[in-house]
Write a protein that binds this ligand. Structure first.
Ligand SMILES: NC(=O)c1ccc[n+]([C@@H]2O[C@H](COP(=O)([O-])OP(=O)(O)OC[C@H]3O[C@@H](n4cnc5c(N)ncnc54)[C@H](OP(=O)(O)O)[C@@H]3O)[C@@H](O)[C@H]2O)c1
Length: 218
């Protein structure tokens, strides 16, 4: 599969490592330009590109930059993506890092905000997963206690494509509902950073409170 990854930090770097190892054709971008990604490219075989080029022809695009950088992504960066491409948003709102975002403070789910900024539906996934777990904790399907990730989004086909990809990476998934339900997996919720199996993740999602915890408010 052709996959474009925008953001080459903790999460973007490790997704680049694992997805190339699985044989996917990965293009990866950061803010400083492809010339700064030669080490990651040599290590993984991914193609270093600009953020404008990363989504070209991609069936899956991963947006994995700090939330405050989302509005700075190049205009039209998704225009060349494959028809029906799934766009994964791994983002979290950390007011200490991202500054105060009034709409999110007022209750808009973080991924809905990102979707509005980029003008394309997103699937929320990986946002509560430790970056190192992407490298270390994948297990074959059927492994007892296999770690599970919640996945939320409105487009059933895109959500299924993302769930299939996460399964390939070695994790179960739990349907986190539509994007309006995605507050259930935001920072401060019981599922955030939870390494449980599918049953534990489903239970944690059901126990979430819509009230943002004080640690994640400006
Ligand atoms: N770290 C985790 O374990 C973890 C877990 C789950 C979710 N998340 C969330 O996932 C998102 C990414 O986290 P991270 O820890 O991977 O971030 P990070 O290590 O700080 O890396 C951010 C990446 O985004 C790139 N970037 C920033 N602005 C950009 C722009 N305008 N255009 C293109 N690329 C840009 C940076 O490029 P440059 O270096 O060139 O500036 C860098 O490669 C955040 O919202 C975070 O909260 C993180």
């Amino acid at each position: 599969m052709k996959i474009g990854i925008i953001g080459a930090g903790n999460i973007g770097g490790n997704l680049t490592r694992r997805l190339t190892a699985l044989g996917h054709e990965v293009s990866v971008a950061n803010s400083r330009g492809p010339q700064t990604l030669t080490a990651l490219a040599e290590e993984t075989g991914a193609k270093p590109v600009t953020a404008s080029e990363a989504a070209k022809g991609a069936q899956v695009v991963v947006v994995t930059v700090p939330l405050k950088a989302v509005p700075d992504l190049p205009t039209g960066f998704l225009d060349g993506a494959a028809e029906g491409a799934a766009v994964i948003d791994t983002g979290n709102y950390y007011p200490q890092r991202d500054g105060r975002i009034a709409a999110i403070e007022d209750g808009l789910p973080e991924s809905r905000w990102t979707e509005q900024q980029i003008g394309h539906p997103v699937i929320k996934a990986f946002n509560g997963t430790y970056a190192e777990d992407i490298l270390d904790r994948g297990r074959p399907q059927g492994t007892p206690d296999r770690q599970a990730l919640p996945v939320a989004g409105d487009d059933p086909a895109a959500k299924q494509a993302v769930r299939d990809l996460i399964d390939e990476l070695g994790f179960d998934t739990v349907d986190g509902g539509g994007l309006d339900d995605s507050w259930r997996q935001q920072p401060g919720t019981p599922v955030y950073g939870n390494r449980g199996d599918a049953d534990a993740i489903a239970k944690a999602l059901s126990e979430a409170s819509p009230e943002r915890s004080a640690d994640f408010r400006a």
